[in-house]
Design a binder for this molecule. Structure first.
Ligand code: AMP
Ligand code: GLY
Length: 422
């Protein structure tokens, strides 16, 4: 099979690394990919939202299966584009259509979905300019801190957590006034939930599902979970508190009602569902849905999947997932993200990366890199994800940290305290 992976981050490199290991894979392509993915297959110079450009590349290279990494093309309807096009309609696409992608594309839709299907989540109220007074009143009924979420996609920046009520009211007005553009024309005001977060992933064909290894993601730039939010500074899988009992609750209260809810609502769905959960006194609540895999969680999670991923992806696309099996590696995977100094604020690109050839006992997934005159250079804030397996968390982390030291680029930064809370 010829397979195209859409996206350019560590998640897509990890997907490619795993897909490449399948006997079913003939040729592997990425759009647009990065320096790391170019060692696994061919990179097309086509952006993730350039549907006509993707069509051309798919037809020219006889692609059979398309795996969509990031949320933006899904929310923009890439799967619907393929289904509607007479030349593309028989090509398998892994990822939901526009209707299902609303679970991530609209926070209001997701909350309404959870309410309809009795899925545990924070209390909320959706506010537009037309019901601002009620929104302010709802804010006043909550205790601090206050959670405000832009309804639409805002590149991970659309959630504000504010301690002071007056400040929260002002922020609500600012958001409705266009602080996040169209994305905050509607704002979800939410009760704050306090607990430890865990990311749970399933692959589904809309009827059946398989649970992937869960992971803990470290979002803040600073040690001890301080400072600004980032795209993710590292991940660890498994998560000790996500034991059989907890995962049993996740399954019965969240995963099954979500799959059944999609069916009840007649939303055809295939691909991944990422449940961003919070553990409150051993009870799981949904913080958010994403309609794709997480980054950097994927760089840890896929290290622990022993089964053929292409077989699972085909199952999701063909509606035959019930026949498939997923086997986990019991070891621990730890991913340390190396970022450019200054990230998540302004940072420089184009720094030469050295030492990749010295890495041993870890797998390095490229996040923001590109080739420049035979050198691998930095090309983003998150640069490389160093992933390792170990008999336990300490061993896995030690291996990733050892290799994180060996890789050099100017102003490299990484968090040295991953796992501190586990
Ligand atoms: P989201 O984009 O919905 O995942 O929100 C981003 C982050 O904000 C989450 O990963 C949580 O750390 C935090 N967050 C979101 N909603 C809540 C909530 N209701 N209570 C506490 N923290 C939240
Ligand atoms: N790691 C969180 C995300 O991918 O959204």
């Amino acid at each position: 099979m010829n397979i195209l992976i859409i996206g350019s981050g560590g998640r897509e490199h990890a997907l490619g690394w795993k897909i490449k290991q399948s006997e079913k894979t003939e040729n592997l392509y990425f759009a647009p990919g990065n320096a790391g993915t170019s060692a696994l297959g061919d990179n097309f110079e086509v952006g993730v939202s350039d549907f006509p450009g993707l069509k051309k590349a798919v037809l020219e290279n006889q692609i059979n299966l398309v795996v969509v990494g990031p949320e933006v093309p899904l929310v923009d309807g890439i799967h619907d584009f393929f289904t509607r096009d007479s030349e593309l309609k028989n090509i398998k696409v892994v990822g939901p259509k526009k209707a299902g992608a609303q679970l991530e594309g609209s926070k209001d839709f997701a909350k309404e979905f959870m309410r309809r299907h009795n899925i545990p989540t924070a209390k909320y109220f959706s506010v537009t300019k037309n019901n601002l007074a009620e929104g302010i009143e709802f804010l006043g009924s909550l205790t601090d801190p206050y959670v405000l979420k832009a309804d639409g996609l805002a590149a991970g920046k659309g959630v504000l957590i504010i301690d002071d009520l007056e400040e929260a009211k002002n922020s609500l007005r600012e958001m409705l006034g266009g602080k996040f553009g169209q994305a905050s024309n509607k704002v979800v005001v939410e009760e704050f939930l306090s607990g430890v977060e865990v990311s749970v992933f399933v692959i589904t064909d809309g009827k059946d599902y398989k649970i992937l290894p869960e992971a803990k993601d470290y979002k803040r730039i600073g040690e001890g979970d301080t400072g600004l939010n980032t795209g993710g500074m590292g991940a660890i899988s498994p998560v000790p508190f996500a034991d059989e009992e907890f995962m049993g609750k996740v399954k019965s209260r969240i995963i099954i009602p979500t799959i059944n809810g999609l069916q009840d609502d007649q939303i055809e769905y295939n691909g991944f569902i990422f449940f961003g959960l919070i553990n409150i006194n051993s009870d799981p609540f949904v913080i958010e849905y994403n309609v794709r895999l997480g980054d950097p969680e994927t760089e840890a999670v896929l290290m622990r999947v022993k089964s053929d991923l292409v077989d699972l992806l085909e199952g999701a696309a063909d509606g035959t997932l019930a026949e498939k099996e997923i086997i986990f590696d019991d070891r621990t995977a730890a991913t340390v993200m190396l970022v450019a100094g200054g990230y998540p604020e302004s940072y420089e690109k184009g720094k030469v990366i050295n030492g990749l050839d010295r890495v041993a006992n870890s797998t390095v997934f490229h996040a923001g890199t590109k080739m420049q005159e035979n050198n691998v250079v930095t090309n983003g804030g998150r640069v490389l994800a160093v992933s390792s397996l170990g008999e336990n968390m300490t061993e896995a982390l030690a291996s990733s940290y050892r290799n994180a030291e060996l890789i050099q680029f100017e102003k490299k930064y990484y968090r040295k305290d991953l796992g501190f809370d586990l």
